[in-house]
Design a protein around this ligand. Sequence first.
Ligand code: ADP
Ligand code: MG
Length: 381
Amino acid sequence: MKEQIQEKFRTLYGCDGEMFASAGRINLIGEHTDYNGGYVFPGAIDCGILAEIKPNGTAKVRAYSLDYDEFVEFGLNEEDKPEQSWASYIFGVCRETAKRGGKVEGFDTVFAGDVPLGAGLSSSAALESTFAFALNSLFDNGIDKFTLAKIGQSTEHNYCGVKCGIMDQFASIFGKSGSLIRLNCKTLEYKYFPFNPEGYRLVLVDSCVKHELASSAYNKRRESCERAARAIAKNHPDVEFLSDAKRVWLDEVRSEISEEDFIRAEYVIGEVQRVLDVCDALERGDYETVGEMMYQTHFGLSRLYEVSCEELDFLNRLARKCDVTGSRVMGGGFGGCTINLVKDELYDGFISAVKEQFTARFGHAPKIYDVVISDGARKLE
Ligand code: ADP
Ligand code: MG
């Protein structure tokens, strides 16, 4: 990929630039916790975006996407937004950097990536983070890393029509090889934990389905959580988000809220605790406990939070049958991937069982992505 980018860069612009990269991400555990002020636990992965960039001394950006085989030129003012969606991510990063007082002048770029698009690995955050990091470095803006992540998030909000949280861009900017990052979505405090599962592999199984339910169900889940948190806050005024509540405090209000709100809240409070338990387990190098927590999360998402689907439950059951250490749906639910922690010696058996049995049952093959926890945004020497 690197050689192809460099060759194209020379052909288009007649010189060499500097190379920058960033990564897609996984979230090991901590699902539907972000809007409840709880923890998420992401890490950057070994697939991402690679870009060669050089300031060109003009007020224009010239960008070539190798994957789309498309060249776009655009200015840096608000009215210059390009039509191509891939280019609007780059444009958005330029605008959001400028809005925060950063210097952004014209540049030339060629870039490519290997994060599967729309699979839940956040190829868009990889793209934003690469350019946010690169512009900061090239124009010597001295913007801190958190603000770089926010530049990516605001790009999605303001230029791509996606109202996302901060996790994806955070993971893509802060990611570090061999580490997962626990992010407190309320305070934005974060902490690195070791993730070096020797003897295990992390593999994503993409069901390649996306059910319609997703966005209306998402809003309903949020409302349930807010009602439960409000009920608890009557007894415990410090409770702002559901993640602030203890399990027994939820029991106190059981008769005041609907059964549905109760089980949704039960899942969230359990999930916040599971993230903490997984962090403890990782500090002990206890990957079996990590895996068991992943299964518990899947159970919660499927039976309590009810955001799973037939395909994902099938993959989860199959993982259990194949003695996979941990498995759960990753992301908002109703489709997408499961994330699996698999012992090396069981890997081949699991993957062939998944391919055979999933295809036989649902009539299409799942996709398999092996991932390794790796570095996030960086400059390549
Ligand atoms: P994801 O879940 O992977 O983030 P999104 O729909 O949010 O999916 O983002 C995918 C979009 O990001 C693509 O449609 C494209 O505009 C842009 N993108 C991601 N990777 C690349 C790439 N390698 N080259 C060009 N554009 C990319
Ligand atoms: Mg995205």
